[in-house]
Write a protein that binds this ligand. Sequence first.
Ligand code: NDP
Length: 298
Amino acid sequence: MAAETIDGKAYAAALRERVGALAADFEEKAGRKAGLAVVLVGDDPASAVYVGSKGKATRAANMESIEHVLPASTTQEELEALVDRLNADPAVDGILVQFPLPDHLSEPRIFTRIAPDKDVDGLNPVNSGRLMAGLHGFVPCTPLGCLMLLRDRLGNLSGKDAVVIGRSNLVGKPMAQLLLADSCTVTVAHSRTKDLADHVRRADIVVAAVGRPEMVRGDWIKPGAVVIDVGINRLPPEDGAAKGRLVGDVAFAEVSEVAGAITPVPGGVGPMTIAVLLRNALVAAYRHEGIELAEDAI
Ligand code: NDP
């Protein structure tokens, strides 16, 4: 039987709506809008599109979008000075610096400089440490979005066998921590993992965050498993088309024959990332103003 396709686009739209309603509530209580600052360095067209759509989504969710577009020649000192100003600005609740940065700039020096209480991308080691210790902090948007989709599909995750393929700071590692906190038995696989398919075959939950087109095959999947495909890969163009197709890290058609549920690419995890970013920025705003927000509100 074909797997259920998990509609991340619809889930993300509903989440953005809930955030928008709570952001309006926040404005009424705090007398100001929640503010999200996005910083883009350089003129990478894909990043520019992404930053533009973040600004639009922020405004649509009743929040203030503060956008800084800096030239590729920006120095480390100039970028750090901007981060310092945003850290000190009471109108800014969340700060996101769009990565990758141009080669001459250090990403770790930037993500460690963003104040932990404004670090809505969850990359500051204070926030990764909080995640590991089971304390409130900010969790990177993509893995948190994956967790929301998993909980929505499966309810309680306790006792499930989960395999996370990929161990990046942005996706794989925080994903593994989130699943562990939900009492899954977690295996983290990476490029040196032996017999990857055998690990995946034991999993009730598979999260693929690798960056290799259609690597996870149908015969790797335990019947009924839930498969979350984080990968975004563009194939070479076919038949004179200007652009190739976007595919995930999972061979969708094959895996759909075996899995219980699967996220498509596009339209699965991707739309969740921006929605969770707005969610994190709003949570930061509530915390900054000391206004209570119910644990399960968003
Ligand atoms: P990274 O390149 O930082 O990490 C990739 C991980 O995959 C590494 O841990 C690497 O292992 C592992 N890996 C590489 N080759 C293999 C292999 N053959 N077998 C098993 N593991 C392997 O990528 P990200 O985590 O940042 O992103 C992963 C994918 O998710 C990309 O396609 C990216 O575009 C996409 N993405 C999507 C987002 C969304 O919003 N949907 C957001 C962020 C990312 P090792 O550590 O050993 O090198």
